[in-house]
Write a protein that binds this ligand. Sequence first.
Ligand code: NAP
Length: 234
Amino acid sequence: MRVYITGVSSGLGKALAESFLNEGNSVIGLGRRNNIEHPNFEFIHCDLKDPSFIEQFKFIPDEEGCILINNAGVLGPLKRIMDQQSNQIQEVMTVNALAPMLLCQKFLQEIPVKKRTAILNISSGAANRAIPSWATYCASKIALDRFSESIYLEELEMSRSLKVYSIAPGVVDTPMQQAIRSASEQDFSDVAKFQGMNENKQLLTPNEVAFKIVRFLALPFDGKVVHSINELGN
Ligand SMILES: NC(=O)c1ccc[n+]([C@@H]2O[C@H](COP(=O)([O-])OP(=O)(O)OC[C@H]3O[C@@H](n4cnc5c(N)ncnc54)[C@H](OP(=O)(O)O)[C@@H]3O)[C@@H](O)[C@H]2O)c1
């Protein structure tokens, strides 16, 4: 099977890429940086801030099926919206929501129905609640949830049963969490909560989250698109 994953240089994307490679799949990683070397791994350099890259990109079908995982994401500055630059708001929406939507569209256009195994968008618990200083991030992740549910309904209308998921991975020990913990309390009022979770060792590891996701993707689809990591079993 061929698995396309955005954002493989660190954290969850890297762990997902390594899990799929360990299971004997081919992985195509898309992003700005890479440190994976494997005979079945190919890296495509791109900056997802630039949607023109996606216009030129081509998905290649695989006889054993294809999965698209939109994992790349950015938090943006941990500051109130009035203290941000407009291009920072645009970057978060483009990388977290617009690029995944355009990649989903291309995937559906270019991979024949029988070769499509699944689409997985990496969402966040921030899709379900408003968080001061994360306004754009929250908005980008709820956009991904509704988009995923809508394309699943479109597939159903065409009597297809493509697995489409939008999964919130929990609080995962990645560079993104390091950035959250190092915000100033003046800019981000919830920072102590995240520092406490780290001190109390409550973070999940990227490998355990990747393991649950890979196992979950292999299960039959029951039509529920939006999930949190807690729903994927132990
Ligand atoms: N960690 C958590 O607690 C948590 C919780 C909920 C949701 N998530 C979500 O999980 C996903 C993975 O995040 P992570 O925690 O693993 O963080 P991470 O280690 O910071 O990884 C983010 C990935 O996104 C890529 N990326 C960022 N901007 C990009 C751009 N302009 N073009 C291409 N790639 C770009 C980065 O690669 P390069 O910088 O090399 O390009 C990196 O590989 C994100 O969607 C995040 O929102 C994480």
